[in-house]
Ligand binder design. Structure first.
Ligand code: GUN
Ligand code: FE
Length: 473
């Protein structure tokens, strides 16, 4: 099979100034770093000015570039490399309605707006077109890896998986399961629990086959993986939930769902089972080191400990939470407890396809959680009553290495052994917000300005596993 991305440029070495967050809480600027890549697009060696052999290695990379033009990527002044972002929560079929109907509460928004739209993924051509546009839009915003919900359709979700490989984006994709006839429209649900399980099994097999085939033909293929995807407890029968838990264990598959999202949703499991949403998911075998749960705003101590103990990760979706969560996610409390956390756009509960926008909202929401929001409440009682704020460098970690940890993928930083996934940010674009007149040149200020002010126009190039997928010069 030939895919579009196999014709994209590849690179063997990179010379430039790179920001990343190898540890939570701080950032590093690797100035004029030389990265050397292996055949598969992974970082084999990182050499900095002053390291033994730096000058010789740079000279050798330049000489190699003379013989094989384009094998060395040199970032010019004013350009910085950042790791490609990892988006941990996206609904591909909702992309056409980004920004629509966000005044409704979650249950109404799902039932009246979202499910009729998702039903259109029954048309594979529509599904493919929407998916390809979304994957390319994500790449152009620096998101090189994404964890996707498809639709309830086997074929529509399959088109999503194929489209990601065509765009050159690393993807984890799920066929959504929503089988309960009492909770779902007849025009948009799995026909039965048996059918839902059979379609999920078929989907896991097909995606594994696609990954094998593309990997065999191309050592720099970035990977496509399948996730077992019960939509959320309110839309599934017990039979399907326990069947999916068993299937995920048998296949060692990723699992994704929604957990403890908002006032209505987090009340459903206690009513139905007498335990929390998180505990119920765990009892069905759906929490574990390959699980990523979206939102997780209503996390008491027991739920937080359950996530830590099982190795379950949180997809923090701060823009979406402002609309549907009725609260702010306690990111700092969960991180300090040892829970894995990354960021998600939640397109289209979150209107923006950009993790830059979500980094900004993650910082702002954490400040509001700490300080509180209602000025009529005295300051001592207004906020969460504990330190809750996160810094912009911490939010960058969530968007990069936090996502990598959640998916156990070697991405998210410029460390040896990680895939070379990079976005090139030009801070000197004309008519852009980032101009700044070179007044604040300390690395922390440069990085903060990039994270707060970069727009898609500043992102000139994007690379996935050593292959260029976006080239704006
Ligand atoms: N819970 C179940 N499905 C959805 C969805 O599509 N979006 C959000 N935000 N929450 C959900
Ligand atoms: Fe969601």
């Amino acid at each position: 099979m030939s895919i579009a991305s196999s014709s994209h440029a590849t690179v063997r070495a990179v010379l430039g100034s790179l920001f990343h967050t190898p540890e939570y809480g701080s950032f590093e600027l690797l100035e004029r770093a030389l990265l050397e890549l292996d055949d598969a697009g992974f970082i084999e060696r990182v050499t900095l000015p002053g390291d033994a052999g730096y000058d010789e290695r740079v000279a050798a990379a330049r000489a190699a570039d003379e013989l094989d033009p384009g094998s060395l990527l040199e970032l010019t002044d004013g350009r910085y490399g950042l790791p490609g972002f990892v988006d941990l929560h996206v609904h591909a079929p909702q992309w056409p309605q980004a920004g629509v109907a966000l005044d409704e509460p979650l249950d109404v928004w799902l039932d009246q707006r979202t499910f009729p739209l998702e039903a259109r993924f029954s048309d594979p051509f529509f599904a493919h077109g929407v998916s390809l546009d979304l994957a390319e839009t994500f790449l152009s915003r620096g998101t090189t890896t994404a964890l996707y919900f498809g639709s309830a359709h086997l074929e529509g979700s399959w088109e999503l998986a194929r489209a990601c490989t065509e765009a050159g984006q690393r993807a984890v994709v799920g066929k959504v399961v929503m089988d309960d006839p009492a909770a779902n429209h007849d025009f948009y649900r799995d026909a039965s629990p048996e059918q839902a399980l059979a379609d999920t099994e078929e989907f896991l097999g097909r995606v594994a086959g696609l990954d094998r085939e593309l990997r065999a033909g191309d050592p720099r293929f970035a990977g496509v993986y399948a996730a077992v995807t019960p939509r959320f407890i309110p839309s599934c029968t017990d039979e399907v939930l326990s069947g999916l838990g068993k299937m995920a264990a048998e296949h060692g598959a990723y699992i994704q769902s929604h957990c403890n999202e908002g006032e209505w949703e987090h009340g459903v499991a206690p009513e139905r089972y007498g335990v929390s949403d998180a505990r119920a998911l765990a009892d069905f075998g759906l929490l574990g080191p390959r699980s990523v749960m979206a939102h997780c705003t209503y996390m008491d101590e027991a739920d937080t400990e359950l996530f830590r103990e099982t190795g379950t990760a949180v997809a923090h979706c701060p823009i979406s939470n402002a609309y549907f969560a009725n609260s702010a996610c306690p990111v700092r409390r969960m991180r300090e407890h040892g829970v894995k956390i990354g960021l998600g756009t939640d397109v289209s509960g979150g209107f923006s396809p950009s993790l830059y926008d979500n980094i900004r909202q993650a910082v702002m929401a954490s400040r509001m959680l700490e300080d509180g929001v209602d000025a009529l409440v005295p300051i001592e009682r207004r906020g969460a009553g504990r330190p809750s704020r996160i810094s912009v460098a911490e939010a960058l970690y969530l968007a990069t290495k936090g996502g990598a940890e959640a998916l156990s993928l070697p991405v998210g930083s410029f460390e040896v052994g990680r895939a070379f996934d990079m976005q090139v940010v030009d801070v000197r674009r004309p008519y852009a917000d980032l101009t700044g007149f070179d007044v604040f040149t300390e690395p922390g200020d440069v990085l903060a300005r990039i994270l707060y002010l970069a727009t898609p126009d500043n992102i000139r190039q994007v690379w996935v596993q050593g292959r260029q997928v976006i080239d704006r010069g």
